[in-house]
Design a protein around this ligand. Sequence first.
Ligand SMILES: Cc1cc2nc3c(=O)[nH]c(=O)nc-3n(C[C@H](O)[C@H](O)[C@H](O)COP(=O)(O)O)c2cc1C
Length: 151
Amino acid sequence: MALFQIIVGSMMGGSEYVAEACEEVIIAKGHQAKLNFQPIFSDLIEQKTEKDQIWLIVTSTHGAGDYPDNIQNFVTDLRSYDQDLSPINFLTIGLGDSNYDTFCYAAKNIMNLLISKGCTNKKDIFTIDMSLDIDPEALAQTWITQVIDHL
Ligand SMILES: Cc1cc2nc3c(=O)[nH]c(=O)nc-3n(C[C@H](O)[C@H](O)[C@H](O)COP(=O)(O)O)c2cc1C
């Protein structure tokens, strides 16, 4: 059984709904899940070796490719962290709008940042285009189900 630390970046709540939909699947599959709507990097790092953990990043993009306000500090702390992060496995779901050139940049950038810090990406990023996709929660649930089944 793994513990999924769900790290949510959201301005208007869309990513929160997607994160909660993923939480349902994770628990139904017999794992543990913890939602972090105001993620604090040092808290998550403290627990990183406690048990089999997967960080599930669920974030939208705002501004012109920027991170949502609530994860700015998390990203700043991650960027400046200089110790070994190789025990951390992670997954990324990005919410965005393909009318922007910077489609899902926040999710893509945090994925690349985690990789650059030595974390293991368990599956390629899943992006949800909010200008097209009518049921983002269902899409995310289908994806996370498949990912968990192949972990
Ligand atoms: C002011 C503003 C700027 C945005 N900028 C981007 C962007 O650069 N890239 C992108 O893919 N989506 C962008 N979006 C779309 C949001 O990421 C999308 O609406 C998302 O569903 C919001 O999720 P949230 O409710 O969790 O914040 C932007 C939306 C707004 C309102």
